[in-house]
Structures are given as C-alpha cells and as structure tokens.
Design a protein around this ligand. Structure first.
Ligand code: B12
Length: 348
C-alpha cells in the first residue's frame, strides 16, 4: 500500500462504499465527492479508495446498466463522478522526488473505456511512478511515434473489450519494435495471462495492485527479441476482407426477421442493428485472431443477458448466426465457432 496511510477498517470501507454508491445512485455529485473527502481526511489509503470504492462502484454500475436497471445516461453521470472522485483522491499525491521510472498509460485503438486505465495509472503514480496518460483509443502509429520520441521505461496498455484485442496486438508489436516493454491488463485480456503471453506482452496483471506489485521489481523489464507467434487462424484474413459483404448479408437477415422479406430498416433501428452486427463480426474476428473461442461465446452469452433484460427480441441474433454459419461454409473453423456460439446463446 502507498506510504504510511491507514487502510480503512473493513466496516469503515463498507460504510464509505455504501455512502459513495448511494450518492452516485442519487446522482448527487457533491455528496459523492464529500464522502471521498471525508475518507481522505480520516487518513484512508488512497489506493484502497480508488480500487475498493471508485472501481467497485463502476463495476456495479456496469451490472445495473447490463440488466437495464440503469439507463446509459445514468451510467455516464456515474462515470463522470468516478472521474472526479479519482482526481480528488490523487490530487495531493505528490510525485516522488526520484520516480521509479516513466510509464505511458494507453488504451487500445477503439477502446473508449479510459477510466479503468486511468485508475490503474493513478495507482502506479501513488506507488512512485511518473505516469503519462495518453487516454482512450490511441492509434498504433501515434503510440509508436511517442515511444520513439520519449522512450519510457514501460507502456501500460489497457483493453476492456475483447473485440479490441486485435488493435492491442498491433500496439504490443509496435512497442516491441521500439524496444519498449509492455504490461497489459483490463477485462479484455481475460482472467489469466494466457492471451497476454500469446500476444507477446512482457507482463500481465489482473488488477492495478498486482500491476504495481509486479512493476516494483524493475525497471529494466524484458522485451521480446522476436514477434510473438500468435497462432491466429488462417481464416482470419479472408474473413476480415469479407467483413463488409458479410455485414450486408447479415443485415438482410435481420431486416427479414424484423419485418419480412423486402423490409428495409431505417433510422435508429438501422443504426442499432448495424451496431449489433458489427459487434458480432468483430468478436468473431477477435476470437479467430487470438485463437480463443471464449472471446466469441462469452460475448454471445452477454448479448443474450443484455437483450433479455432490455426486453429486446434476440431471436434474430440466432437467425443472423445461422446465415453467418452458412456463408462461412468454406471456412470450417469460423463456421464451427459460429455454431458453438449459437449453442452458447441458446443455453445462456
Ligand atoms: C463506464 C463504462 C463505459 C463508458 C466508458 C467511459 C470511460 N471514460 O471509461 C462508455 C460509455 C464509453 C462505455 C462504452 C461501451 N461499453 Co462500457 N462500461 C463502462 C463500465 C460501466 C465501467 C468501466 C469502468 O470504469 N470500470 C471500472 C474498472 C476499474 O474496471 P476493471 O476492468 O475492473 O479495471 C481493473 C483491471 O481490469 C485493471 N486494469 C485495467 N486496465 C489495465 C491496464 C493494465 C496495463 C493493467 C496491468 C491492469 C489494468 O486495473 C483496474 C483496477 O484494478 C463497465 C462495467 C465494468 N465492469 O467495468 C462497462 C462495460 C465494460 N462496457 C461494456 C460495453 C458492452 C460497452 C459498449 C460496447 C456499449 C455499446 N453498445 O456501445 C461500449 C464500447 C465502447 C468502446 N468501443 O470502447 C460491457 C463490456 C461487456 C463485454 N462483452 O466485454 C461492460 C462490462 C458493461 C456490462 N456489464 O455489460 N462504457
């Protein structure tokens, strides 16, 4: 834990959590920040507040959004309070006179979940690192240029959505080529370090605390000499090339499911359906790319929970998968994966 600050007593922590979450639920920003301020004044440990109050609340917000108990707008409001609480908790954390080293914190291209990365970065800052936070959705080439120019001791790459793992791999490889080690983490990498290792990361950690503990051993950290031999499927590239055509076929299937042959979706219905189809194809591609079925099957189980909770019909998703499976007849690995996804969706 950072410095000599006291870790809140378990029941004290529970009370802080409850009071914070109650304020977030009431969309009462002033009270939420006051709860944090009082905890800091009591001498509660900032790292514990970041992870056991703010991050804890964010995960709870996610479940409430997933089950349609909370609207997207309420999630946005809660996340904004989480951002402000994070800033407040770390406001007085002065940078160590001799930092352990420089960490560049970055989210994978297309990854807009910046708060998980930020929380992790703030924990590293509290543990004596100089942290440069590049934020959400950073392009691989922009990261590469930054690393070439500034040569930090390590890059901390965050990926919350498994569908962004393909981009994450490009960024790991870009860092390797510039000789900068990479620690990866975030829910997208799964619950163990298998994918991180397969993708060529130097290090992986499940939580910010684990990441900070790991980094205490260095720098310097190891950098791979050669690219990781990711066992990605031969079917990945041809299917990626067909993505647009497959979107078209799946869209027609969804339109038929919504209103019969010849029906054309428009406006918000079209946008929502295109978004859903893009997710299905991107998770399928990511599963083929990283060689892990669970990336696709878990996404479909999650889709079913979301759609059922929102009272949205999900039968057309099965229809889309049937069409996708037959379109991919010449790609047996992908077709098999779609079939297993369909089974996971039924059982979910
Ligand atoms: C807030 C939020 C958003 C905000 C993000 C705003 C922001 N500034 O971050 C917005 C509105 C942008 C958003 C968008 C979406 N979201 Co969202 N979001 C969330 C929510 C509610 C909270 C995120 C958060 O702050 N988490 C708290 C932190 C602490 O999470 P954490 O992963 O536990 O982080 C820890 C570790 O992973 C680790 N860590 C994190 N990064 C790193 C990096 C390194 C190097 C290391 C070592 C460790 C590490 O340290 C952290 C602290 O210990 C989550 C729910 C959740 N469970 O997280 C959903 C969630 C992640 N979102 C989800 C979804 C589906 C989406 C959308 C696809 C929704 C949509 N249909 O558009 C989009 C995708 C956008 C995109 N392309 O990125 C799903 C993902 C499900 C899945 N299948 O993977 C979740 C889980 C919600 C749910 N329960 O269904 N979202």
């Amino acid at each position: 834990m950072s410095g000599s600050a006291a870790e809140p007593h378990a029941s004290g922590l529970d009370r802080t959590r409850d009071a914070y979450f109650e304020a977030v639920t009431a969309m009462d920003e002033a009270t939420a920040l006051d709860v944090v301020r009082r905890a800091l004044a009591r001498g509660d440990d900032p790292e514990t507040l970041l992870l056991e109050v703010v991050a804890w609340a964010q995960r709870r917000v996610g479940r409430l959004w997933q089950t349609d108990d909370w609207s997207v707008a309420r999630e946005h409001a809660a996340t904004y309070m989480g951002e402000r609480a994070t800033a407040l908790i770390t406001e007085h954390a002065t940078e160590a006179a001799t930092p352990r080293g420089v960490v560049v914190v970055v989210c994978a291209d297309g990854e807009w979940h910046s708060l998980p990365a930020r929380l992790m970065g703030e924990v590293l800052r509290l543990r004596g690192w100089r942290v440069r936070f590049l934020g959400a959705s950073v392009r691989t080439r922009h990261l590469a240029l930054h690393l070439q120019e500034y040569s930090p001791d390590i890059v901390a790459l965050s990926c919350s959505l498994p569908s962004r793992l393909i981009a994450a791999h490009g960024m790991i490889e870009a860092a390797r080529r510039t000789g900068v080690p990479v620690i990866v983490g975030g829910a997208g990498f799964g619950a163990d370090g298998t994918l991180a290792e397969r993708m060529g990361a130097s290090l992986w950690a499940a939580t910010a605390t684990e990441a900070a503990d790991l980094l205490e051993k260095g720098p310097p950290f190891p950098v791979r000499r050669a690219p990781a031999s990711l066992p990605f499927s031969d079917e990945y590239t041809p299917i990626l090339r067909r993505r647009k055509a497959l979107m078209g076929v799946c869209l027609r299937s969804a339109e038929e499911a919504h209103g019969g042959r010849g029906r054309v979706l428009e406006g918000p219905d079209l946008d929502r359906t295109v978004g859903e189809l893009a997710h299905i194809l991107d998770f399928l591609l990511a599963a083929l790319y990283v060689g892990d079925d669970r990336v696709f099957t878990r996404f479909l189980e999650w889709t079913r929970v979301v759609m059922e909770s929102h009272g949205a019909p999900w039968g057309h998703v099965v229809g889309v998968l049937v069409v996708l499976e037959s379109e991919l007849f010449d790609h047996p690995e992908a077709a098999g994966l779609v079939a297993r996804g369909r089974a996971a969706l039924r059982q979910g």
